[in-house]
Design a protein around this ligand. Sequence first.
Ligand SMILES: [Fe+2]
Length: 192
Amino acid sequence: MLSLEFPGARQLIDAIDAAVALPDPAATTESLRNALCRLIRNPEVQLPACVFEREDDHYARRELYRSERHGYSVVAMTWGPRQGTPVHDHAGQWCVEGVWQGTLEITPFELVETRDGRYRFEPRGTMNAGPGSAGSLIPPHEYHAIQNPSDDATAVSVHIYQRPLDACCKFQPSDGNWYTRDECQLALDETH
Ligand SMILES: [Fe+2]
């Protein structure tokens, strides 16, 4: 189900359909990373204009496509200056994320201990990802934080989720590397 019409949508969907037919998450996500890197650089693929419009008070999530046949969901995210996420999980699903415009600062976290309802995470190195780069999360390695480090530029990324991600857990630092967990609903922003 295409939520938004845009040039090159069919190329994107065909590439994802081929990737999800592969036998395991490692193969699927590797294929998706390569496909996203290629598609981001392909001038025939033009994301819809609304994807480049930022929201003042939150990073925007706009669904581009949801596959009724395969169950995956494609969401474009728009990050205003300094907008970002806390550490969060992906509800046990794989995800591939590519930077379409601007730069995103991405920090993977490893869950190393759980005790008394608290969670100890260790960061695994922050990277700055620019246009045409893509990364993936495969459970149990599914924790990260994302931020647009720019003071003025908008960043846009495209996320392919194994299943629509309408809820996840966000983790707030409480003491050193210990975090508390909140279950959160994830909303989608309007498309036009
Ligand atoms: Fe994420």
